[in-house]
Design a protein around this ligand. Structure first.
Ligand SMILES: Nc1ncnc2c1ncn2[C@@H]1O[C@H](COP(=O)(O)OP(=O)(O)OP(=O)(O)O)[C@@H](O)[C@H]1O
Length: 727
């Protein structure tokens, strides 16, 4: 700790590890997530959550980048590890379910909704969260979908992400203004045992932890920001309470119930859960305050000690199954001992004789090890009086079996009652649905309002209710042209094109591997047939020529050669098989990325269209006789602009950024510039909510046109001024 001018200059934090800017996603996964995910397979609950300021890379870490396969985040990597391990553990059976929810303004929404035409968040089903009598958190109305394999699980992730993208408002397009929780519910049973292990793995992407004060925001944006800050504040309160508790302060209450987010994450925070927190920070000087506050928060979280146990219990279903089998076997024994026969004819003379002999021998044998083995179909035969000697023993044994059966039946009844009660409890808490019943998310991705081609072809199906005012704008008459124009200069177009090329290459590679696989398979079959032939020939030769009988089989040079070739082909086959499997995964991932890019491109296009229309209308109103209304006035660096008389909005707009950049600008002149920017917005009837739309549009405003450059500069300048002089 160091102080300069009474200001703290240095901070020291101690964490489990630090990953630099150049850390790749696979390393992040290995360091942060791998153990937690493997724990979930062993019945230990796990949570991984990312916390940090807006834009620090939380979504990138948890879900992944939008462009490349190598940028897959913790969720797809965890899915891959879970199903890879499940396949390896052949002595276990695994049952995997997925849920995916979003918390926005303290309300929880189910992102795995396959049915509806989602246009905004309110179209998604609402989830209620409550605690049961034992304090367990119950999510009511949250869909929990079965995933039989990795593809199913990825398709569900994709479905949720697509719903998330579609339901984003322009205000939150540039950043996630909600918390998202992707959960994997694992049930593992060892074959032949009655025990089941259950665990839940949560991967949580929290909303950005700052912003309200810096942006002069109002309306929905302010409400949204308040909710985010409030829930993060409650999260902090929970962490502080837990921290105090962990260092021995007796604190009666941990305020989980203050917000939906803290309640949902109750177990992850201070409960039975192995929790990893990722503190995402930005190194830039201007974000140093947020970075320090993120580190402080992480430091507190690091001090909480959770108590983790393996969630293991007897599975009533399995016990019932085993007991039923036992009862069945006992009944069979009983029937046999009572001499009840299934429909078999009478013993033959020969059987009678043999049975009589065996029984006589058994009865004559006085040693305790004496056994009677009855073979063939005689097991259920009424052997007449042959058991007379052992009758008393048999009666006792029968009685014992009866008692055992009764006991087992009782156990079954108790377990069935238990199971019914449990089922009753679960009804209404979560909807378990078999994924196979849902529309396949991969092959039939959620269709946005209109697809890329529809948009390019006139967008007849496009909902125009928001854009009715666009119809008179010349530049927007031809949506085809507009779309093409937009697409070409779209910031992410290059990444989309690159992905298309990669996808084509991967298809080619998969085709080549498929060919290799088939060739190896064919050769394996040929070699097997060849070895078979060699063996037949040799056997025939041995029969014909008795002198060959002594020749050792293993040294047949022809067979040895064929076997070596077979081994070689088998390893080629294996190599091609695994390569093809990897390629398949990569191809599917790329397909999903492209589909998501398509959805986002369409949304961005709509937003751009709206902004362009607004710009043009603005120009027409202000310059009705000026065809070249975009002509610029020089940016004014002198703050003599009187905004009440100012009609040239371009100049008015430029004042803000010019003043912001001007060397030697004073506080007063900058505040004045901010005032002018306010007046500018007011003059146009724009609010900061609209400005947020501009902000959202910024990443894809290319800066190629003067108007675009203007908006970008204005937005940047206003953001900086607001940061310096919060209103
Ligand atoms: N490690 C990285 N490598 C490359 N790009 C990254 C990395 N981390 C983040 N980015 C990029 O930075 C931008 C912001 O990241 P991201 O959206 O993940 O931030 P965030 O913390 O989730 O923000 P918010 O809280 O606003 O949602 C994105 O465009 C993302 O692709």
């Amino acid at each position: 700790m160091r102080y300069v001018n009474n200001q703290r200059e240095r901070y020291h934090f101690k964490f489990n590890g630090m990953l630099g800017e150049d850390a790749k996603q696979d390393r992040v996964f290995d360091v942060v997530a791998k153990d937690v995910v493997l724990g979930a397979l062993e019945g230990v609950n796990g949570t991984i959550f990312a916390y940090g300021q807006t834009g620090s890379g939380k979504t990138f870490t948890i879900t992944g980048g939008p462009d490349r396969y190598s940028e897959r985040g913790l969720i797809p990597r965890s899915i891959s590890l879970i199903f890879g391990e499940a396949e390896k553990r052949s002595d276990h059976t695994f049952l995997i379910h997925i849920s995916y929810s979003e918390i926005y303004n303290d309300a929880i929404y189910d992102l795995l909704d396959p049915d509806r035409e989602v246009e905004d968040l309110e179209d998604l089903p609402r989830v209620r969260v409550r605690e049961d009598e034992e304090g367990n958190v119950v999510m009511q109305n949250l869909r929990t979908c079965r995933a039989s394999n990795e593809e199913d699980a990825l398709a569900l992730l994709f479905l949720g992400d697509t719903n998330r993208t579609i339901s984003e408002t322009p205000m939150n397009m540039a950043s996630s203004r909600s918390h998202c929780i992707f959960s994997v519910i694992v049930e593992a049973r060892k074959i032949g045992e009655d025990v089941v292990r259950r665990s839940k793995l949560n991967l949580v992407d929290l909303a950005g932890s700052e912003r309200v004060k810096k942006m002069g925001i109002d309306g929905n944006t302010l409400v949204e920001a308040r909710y985010i800050n409030l829930s993060l504040h409650f999260l902090e309160q929970v962490i502080v309470a837990l921290q105090e508790r962990s260092i021995g302060h007796s604190r009666p209450h941990v305020p989980y119930r203050n917000s939906a987010m803290t309640l949902v994450l109750k177990d992850s925070l201070g409960g039975n859960c192995r929790t990893s927190m990722i503190a995402n920070i930005t190194f830039e000087q201007m974000h140093v305050d947020e970075s320090i506050s993120t580190c402080k928060f992480a430091q507190r979280v690091a001090m909480i000690a959770n108590e983790v146990v393996v969630n293991e219990e007897l599975d009533p279903q399995l016990v019932i199954k085993r007991l039923k089998k036992e009862v069945h076997d006992l009944k069979e024994d009983l029937r046999m001992l009572k001499g009840e026969e299934a429909d078999r004819g009478p013993l033959t003379e020969e059987e009678r004789e043999r049975l009589g002999k065996d029984v006589a021998e058994y009865c004559a044998d006085t040693s305790p090890e004496a056994t009677l083995t009855i073979t063939g179909g005689m097991l259920f035969v009424n052997a007449g009086g042959v058991f007379a000697k052992c009758d008393k023993d048999v009666q006792e044994y029968i009685q014992k079996l009866r008692l055992q059966i009764e006991q087992r039946d009782n156990e079954i009844n108790v377990l069935v009652a238990l199971l019914q009660k449990e089922k009753g409890n679960r009804i209404g808490e979560a909807t378990f649905s078999d994924n196979s019943k849902q529309p396949q998310p991969v092959n039939e991705p959620k269709q946005p309002k209109a697809d890329m081609n529809t948009a390019a072809n006139g967008g007849a199906s496009q909902s125009n209710k928001d854009h009715a005012d666009l119809t008179n704008v010349d530049a927007l008459v031809d949506r085809n042209k507009s779309f093409e124009l937009f697409r070409k200069s779209y910031r992410r177009n290059q990444a989309i094109e690159d992905n298309k090329t990669t996808l084509r290459d991967k298809y080619e590679a998969a085709k080549a591997k498929g060919k290799q696989l088939n060739e190896a398979k064919e050769k394996i079959n040929q070699l097997k047939a060849m070895i078979e032939q060699i063996r037949i020939k040799r056997s025939v030769a041995r029969i014909v020529d008795r002198s060959m009988e002594d020749e050792p089989i293993e040294t047949d040079p022809e067979e040895i050669k064929a076997k070596a070739a077979l081994e070689k082909e088998k390893s080629k086959y294996k190599e091609a098989f695994y390569a093809l499997r990897e390629l398949k995964k990569e191809i599917e991932h790329l397909q999903m990325l492209l589909e998501q890019s398509r959805v986002r491109l369409q949304k961005d296009f709509e937003l751009w269209l709206r902004l362009t229309a607004r710009q043009q209308q603005e120009s027409r109103v202000l310059h009705p006789h000026d065809d070249n209304s975009a002509a610029d006035a020089e940016p004014s660096t002198a703050l003599s602009v009187d905004c009440s008389q100012q009609t040239n909005t371009n100049a008015q707009r430029k004042v803000a950024w010019a003043e912001n950049e001007r060397p030697g600008a004073t506080q007063d002149s900058q505040k004045n510039a901010l005032g002018i920017s306010n007046a500018y917005l007011q003059h146009l009837g724009l609010s900061d909510v609209d400005l947020k739309a501009v902000e959202a549009a910024r990443p894809f405003l290319t800066g190629n046109s003067e108007a675009d450059r203007d908006i970008i500069k204005f937005y940047e300048a206003r953001a900086k001024l607001l940061k310096a002089y919060p209103q």
